[in-house]
Design a binder for this molecule. Sequence first.
Ligand code: UFG
Length: 353
Amino acid sequence: MSQKNSRIVLVTGGAGFVGSHAVLVLLEEGYSVIVVDNLVNAYKAENEELPESLIRVMKLTGKSLIFYNINLCDKNALKEVFSKHKIGCVMHFAALKAVGESCTIPLTYYSNNITGSIILFEVMKEAGVKNLVYSSSSTVYGNPQFLPLTETHPTGQGCTNPYGKSKYFVEEILKDLASSDKSWKVISLRYFNPVGAHPSGDIGEDPAGIPNNLMPYISQVAVGRQPKLLVYGNDYETHDGTGVRDYIHIMDLAEGHNYALKKLFSQDFSGFKAYNLGTGCGYSVLDVVKAFSAASGRKIAYDIVGRREGDIASSYCDSTLAFKELGWKANRLLTDMCADAWRWQSKNPNGFQ
Ligand code: UFG
């Protein structure tokens, strides 16, 4: 670790949904946090220096942080950040993440998610910072060959969109990097479906435009921003015919990063290692509709329509490895996910704006 300080963490994409919750946990754990974000998916008021999500994180924790509005592809700007601070570790969240959009503008996705990551790793290498927690996705598994998904399931096969492929490619790059130089320590966290919000309801998911994902869409129906949910298919081989996913509370996910960090800095860790972060429980679209309706006391209108292209029937994980090796497991239930998502949405009907 030389003169680097393992308590100083650089968080890329720290103003976004997952990033902002992870920053909150890091601050609560006593880390110093430096956020790099280009605000492509985060709101900042004109008269403010910081994005709204991070202003609220500071209020909730009573701690401050350092923020840089930088695109990862801007190598010189990134180098400057590393030269100013004794960064000990990087958590890399920054990425474009809309599956459908990635099919229409693949080069933008590859440039942001892959070129941006390579530039970050180059700068880290030059600065001698070789500790990384990478934000990956269950999408690297493609269409599951078996369930529950373990980390030994093949990756990269059947990734149907540039977003998913970009997550897979970056994992491969990191594996090569870690085997070329044994001083790298890399943990890749494969998220299942992160939902919910901080229990205060002051930070949460704030998608730009019409939400692509189920939980934010349902919340917007509940709050009256969308007329009804479209349920994409009820003819899958699942208990009620609708798609089954492993929803994980954003706070459980954020806490997983803290456990990963502890592992990274333990004596016995080296190289590249991937861990699933999920609950291991699968819930269908209609299960989520029912749970959200109960949590919010609102009726969720929906229509069943045809399948969405690229969707799979079921995805849920075995998260035993994360428990065994990181000491982490998800504790919050679907009812907590819905209650917290609803608190956030009802307190902030228009998100951060
Ligand atoms: N769904 C609907 N209606 C909607 C939105 C979703 O019926 O309006 C259904 C989908 O068909 C699917 C389930 O709800 O069965 C979950 O869909 P999401 O879009 O919320 O999540 P996905 O599992 O498709 O994908 C998400 C992220 C990906 C990530 C993946 C695994 O969008 O980026 O989880 O981590 F890769």
